[in-house]
Design a protein around this ligand. Structure first.
Ligand code: NAP
Length: 248
């Protein structure tokens, strides 16, 4: 019988898929995967992929679609969710490239990056909290990046991505202060996976030494160990793939 569940949001992420694969191979835990990929007029649909794996598909990550996913979770699932991974994040796409200089900054691109990297994760923190507040501990991981550290910024560039991850970090830190009062069972972790071989990092891998370019499977294993060991200490943590603290 499944007694706890793990929720992976942005589950099409390469690292998210590796987390799911690792859990399926090694644990008897229920898995809920949330991702975009819905075509047609429905806002949310679900399918059972295996005995203990449910996939929820959304049209997009707008507030209304997230509300519908939350309603679905509240109605269908009464097994406690003890781990959440919010993997969402974009660095580039067909029309967006990280800025090298001020002249590259573009208002529309900034709005897109901050929407997927900051607003979407923040909406999940906000809307999931009522489902997670209870007796069971819940470790809640938000994928950040070291470039979101204000104190670590020595290279410059990548204005939108840096700012969006710095803003995410501030949301995480601020929510943890509120959780210390009203949701003591939730531990928030802003996580830096290191440079990982995924579509997000593909165009930027050429100067990365081979031993510093990680596979998603390696990062997933590291992260699951970090989550396992993380104490419920009513404080937000900003950690890298080794479990080392990053200065905000
Ligand atoms: N790879 C790296 O080297 C690296 C380094 C530092 C930090 N990170 C962070 O790690 C996380 C996972 O990245 P990854 O490398 O696994 O990337 P990936 O395979 O390219 O996955 C992209 C993720 O972003 C979501 N996404 C794409 N477009 C979106 C949009 N418009 N709005 C909201 N969400 C959107 C996807 O969700 P769907 O499932 O719905 O498609 C998926 O979760 C990201 O937050 C990234 O910033 C990665």
């Amino acid at each position: 019988m499944t007694t706890e569940q793990t929720l992976i949001i942005g589950a099409n992420s390469n690292i998210g898929k590796a987390i799911a694969a690792h859990i399926q191979a090694s644990e008897n835990t229920g898995l809920i995967l949330i991702s975009r990929g819905l075509v047609g007029s429905d806002s949310v649909t679900s399918e059972t992929l295996a005995d203990n794996v449910t996939k929820i598909m959304l049209k997009d990550y707008q507030s209304q679609s997230i509300d519908q996913a939350i309603t679905f979770l509240a109605q269908h699932d009464h097994v406690p969710i003890t781990r959440v991974f919010v993997c969402n994040g974009i660095l580039h796409n067909d029309t967006i490239q990280p800025e090298k200089r001020l002249e590259d900054f573009d208002a529309q691109a900034f709005m897109e990056v901050i929407t997927s990297n900051t607003l979407t994760p923040m909406l999940w923190i906000q809307k999931l909290t009522p489902l997670l507040t209870g007796k069971s501990p819940c470790k809640f991981v938000l994928f950040s990046a070291r470039v979101g550290s204000i104190s670590d910024n020595r290279l410059g560039g990548w204005y939108s991505y840096r700012a969006s991850k710095a803003a995410l970090n501030m949301m995480v830190k601020t929510a943890a202060i509120e959780f210390a009062r009203r949701a003591k069972n939730i531990k928030l972790i802003a996580f830096h996976p290191g440079t990982t071989d995924t579509p997000l990092s593909k165009p930027f891998q050429k100067n990365v030494p081979a031993n510093k370019l990680f596979t998603s499977a390696f990062v997933a294993k590291q992260l699951l160990d970090i989550v396992e060991k993380a104490p419920l200490d009513q404080t937000a943590s900003y950690l890298d793939w080794q479990g080392k603290v990053i200065n905000w």
